[in-house]
Design a protein around this ligand. Structure first.
Ligand SMILES: [Fe+2]
Ligand SMILES: [Fe+2]
Length: 183
């Protein structure tokens, strides 16, 4: 069965499909960044439609929820194996990826209030500044994604044992179930 775009539903991901799940989240990330840039372009041109605003609200929610869970998935189940690999390049790349998560979170915490202001029709925002922030955030996310897909994921795929993948699936499903129960 195809994995739902709503990756916060209890039970996700499915056992044995960890990498498919992570790959699909990356595809969603690329799509959400496209939405974000398109909406901000419209904002700068003063052509924002109600549909754009609704899309922006969905994109904010995606970054507030799915993106953060995704970083936790990687930090709990992908990065530890890479950090203990004994391969200098793999360790360096993984440390950089972990640091990126901090930068991405910090950038998002700065951008989020501006985007929420757009959704709520507030006028204190400066569209060119918001666009500049979104462009920087997008580049950071895309560079990060490329590095994960070109090095971290292939290495993890061939080194993480099936038993650990099953444990990862369980932890991820339980964490999402707890999250869903709290919200
Ligand atoms: Fe990541
Ligand atoms: Fe990722």
């Amino acid at each position: 069965m195809p994995l739902s775009a709503d990756t916060l539903r209890p039970g996700a991901p499915l056992t044995g499909e960890l990498f498919q799940f992570l790959d699909e989240t990356h595809q969603q990330l690329a799509q959400e960044l496209e939405h974000l840039n398109r909406v901000v372009d419209a904002l700068v041109r003063d052509q924002l439609t109600p549909q754009d605003t609704q899309q922006l609200a969905r994109t904010i929610h995606w970054f507030d929820t799915v993106a953060r869970q995704h970083h936790q998935d990687e930090e709990k189940h992908i990065f530890p194996t890479l950090l203990t690999s004994g391969d200098v390049q793999v360790v360096q790349v993984t440390e950089r990826l972990r640091q990126d998560h901090g930068w991405i979170e910090q950038n998002w915490l700065e951008i989020g209030p501006h985007l929420s202001a757009v959704v709520h029709g507030n006028h204190w925002i400066e569209p060119p500044l918001v666009q500049e922030m979104v462009q920087m955030f997008s580049q950071l996310c895309l560079d990060h994604l490329t590095l994960e897909e070109s090095l971290a994921y292939p290495w993890a795929r061939s080194h993480i044992h099936a038993v650990d993948l099953a444990k990862a699936d369980r932890e991820m499903a339980e964490r999402r179930a707890k999250y869903a129960a709290r919200h």
